[in-house]
Design a protein around this ligand. Structure first.
Ligand code: AMP
Length: 502
């Protein structure tokens, strides 16, 4: 039986003796490392008192707070697997996850307890609010502030994160201590995080970006986090002067750029801006540099693999690319069973210590996507430029096949984004009686401008082969996005499904 607990020992155990601040909250109040460690101990004792055994799951659908982060740490510490759920999920959706994962304990907000009780079935249901109140909060307050962690092997599960499931039902990605720790170590080194860093943390902690990339890297390096419940522009601008680094989704950056107070002076003290989870427009990258003098560092990853590639810290951060594979991560681009030539598009596969252990209780799905020799088929389409920088071209399932020809939406989107008055666009394939699928574009106008659909489509005539040109387009005030800023193409396909029907 191992006596160490890899993730807990590296990230959380050192906090016990740390008197300096670990978390800065929106109201300016601070939580020291040792105070946070006491919260972890209380949470661990409360989890054990609720009957959670090593190897079991603890599911949570709770607001982001120091207590919520401590429950993540405590779950890992007692040898269970942490299973955070998007706070936007409705009770029937939550029911699916609970039936699939059968957690011993499910924590939800007190206000949702009644509506969730019905779907919690086999799990013990307890509550926690954003201020540490609720039945589990009360147990935490009453619990002792010392405990002994459970021994775990590097290959033991630390977390199960469900994929966002834009097609089909979402799957629970099983992440081990070694997966999470190796990725945090790699990113911390590559991005030069140290104990002097203050990370502005405005991401949700139910997703790999906020929970692992942001929190784990900062915790591993002994840094401080400005720990905000969400991205509120005023709060972010107010607290930014205390930060040295920001990790965000692209919408954080477009929202900051929309505000004239965000300029060179406001960011002069910053060391690093990282973007990921959705494509950062090359245009946003350029605007950001013009306004602040900083080049955003874009990286690419996913729930199943943690992070795979990153632009360099030193060296060129190339707009429109996600950089090169991380140290220790292998990446190949495949089509028809073999690696494609440089510059050609194929499906990205990755292998390394970052790659998950499979989908929870879905051996068939695991076999379909995770090869026996360790290569994971990401489902992302990509290509490499001559210097090895990877560009994501879209999801394989978003590929449009019209009249037998393949169309990569991003190629069309990039041209549309340059059209007069267009801020951004999304291209999808819709059912078409003659072509099977037809290219369809959704255009979002720049603030205060109008878009002439006919003129935009005419403008593509000389630039794109005819089969790639959208057969129709509509203008929308904004694209449908999920909380991580990803455009919901499935939703667009559904909304406009009848467009070309006779
Ligand atoms: P998730 O599992 O929710 O983190 O989603 C992972 C997916 O987000 C990836 O498979 C990509 O399709 C997309 N993604 C993540 N980072 C980037 C990026 N920098 N550029 C483009 N797509 C990205």
């Amino acid at each position: 039986m191992p006596t160490s607990n890899p993730l807990y020992d590296a990230l959380f155990a050192p906090l016990a003796d740390r008197d300096s601040r670990l978390l800065i909250q929106a109201d300016g109040s601070e939580v020291t490392g040792s105070a946070f460690h006491a919260l972890i101990a209380r949470a661990a004792n409360a989890l054990r008192a609720a009957g959670v055994q090593p190897g079991e799951r603890v599911a949570v659908q709770i607001a982001k707070s120091p207590e919520a982060l401590a429950i993540y740490a405590a779950t890992v510490a007692i040898g269970a697997a942490f299973l955070p759920l998007n706070t936007a999920y409705t009770p029937p959706e939550v029911g699916y996850f609970l039936d699939n994962a059968t957690p011993r304990l499910f924590l939800c907000e007190p206000a949702k307890a009644a509506s969730t009780a019905e779907v919690a079935r086999l799990s013990t249901l307890m509550t926690l609010d954003s201020k540490g109140g609720g039945s589990f909060g009360a147990d935490m307050s009453a619990a002792a502030s010392d405990f002994t962690p459970e021994g775990r092997a590097p290959s033991d599960l630390a977390a199960i994160l469900y994929t966002s499931g834009t097609t089909g039902r979402s799957k629970g990605a099983m992440l081990t201590h070694a997966n999470l720790l190796s990725n945090a170590e790699t990113l911390a080194g590559l991005w030069r995080f140290t104990s002097s860093d203050v990370l502005l943390h405005a991401l949700p902690i139910f997703h790999t970006h906020g929970l692992f990339v942001a929190s784990n890297v900062s915790l591993l390096t002994g840094g401080t986090m400005i720990f905000l419940p969400g991205f509120d522009l005023e709060t972010v601008l107010r607290l930014l002067p205390q930060a040295t680094a920001l990790m965000g989704v692209p919408t954080f950056y477009t929202r900051l750029l929309d505000d004239s107070r965000f300029d060179r002076a406001a960011t002069a003290h910053m060391r690093l801006f990282v973007s990921g989870s959705a494509p950062l427009l090359a245009e946003t990258h350029r605007q950001f540099e013009d306004r602040t003098g900083h080049r955003i560092l874009e990286r690419y990853g996913m729930t199943e693999t943690n992070m795979n590639t990153s632009n360099p810290y030193d060296g060129e951060r190339r707009a429109g690319t996600v950089g090169i594979p991380l140290p220790g991560v292998e990446l190949r681009i495949m089509a028809e069973g073999r690696e494609v030539a440089q510059g050609e598009v194929g499906v990205i596969e990755v292998r390394g210590p970052n790659v998950f252990a499979g989908y929870w209780q879905m051996p068939e799905k695991t076999r379909e996507e995770l090869r026996e020799d360790g290569w994971f088929i990401t489902g992302d389409l990509g290509q490499r430029d001559a210097d090895g920088y990877v560009q994501i071209v879209g999801r394989a399932k978003d590929l449009v096949i019209s009249g037998g020809f393949n169309i990569y939406p991003i190629e069309v989107e990039m041209l549309l984004d340059e059209a007069p008055g267009v801020l951004e666009s999304a291209v999808v394939g819709l059912p078409h009686p003659d072509f099977g699928e037809a290219v369809f574009a959704v255009l979002v106008p720049k603030k205060g401008e109008t878009v002439d659909v006919g003129a935009v489509l005419d403008g593509l005539r000389d630039k794109l082969a005819r089969f790639k040109q959208p057969k129709a387009a509509v203008v929308l005030a904004e694209l449908p996005r999920n909380t991580m800023g990803k455009v919901q193409k499935a939703e667009l396909r559904k909304t406009y499904a009848e467009w070309f029907k006779p």
